[in-house]
Write a new protein. Structure first.
Length: 95
């Protein structure tokens, strides 16, 4: 992994979790094509003890045509490298 540029999952102080290709900047992160991770789990039984769970990836800032954003360090709780299978799902979603 190049330590300055990598695919990441980012937890923000708002509670949002986004996945993105990131570049480390001295005051935060430059995020490319950020997608928000939404939990789509259904906790109640669908039928006879069968439960459904999953996640949904959607555009983080829906009202913008930009695909590059800057997030300051003060808004970030944690950053981790995005691994499989999340990396494959992210790449398919941004095509």
């Amino acid at each position: 992994m190049n330590e300055d540029k990598f695919f990441a999952t980012i937890k923000l102080i708002t509670g949002e979790e986004i996945v993105s290709f990131v570049e480390i900047h001295e005051e935060g992160l430059i995020v490319h094509n950020p997608l928000i991770l939404e939990d789509m789990s259904i906790l109640e039984d669908i039928m006879d003890d069968v439960k459904a769970s999953g996640i949904k990836l959607s555009k983080w800032i829906k009202s913008s045509t930009d695909n590059i954003f800057f997030i300051t360090d003060a808004k970030i709780v944690t950053v981790n490298e995005l691994l499989e299978p999340g990396l494959t799902h992210y790449k398919k979603a941004v095509v």
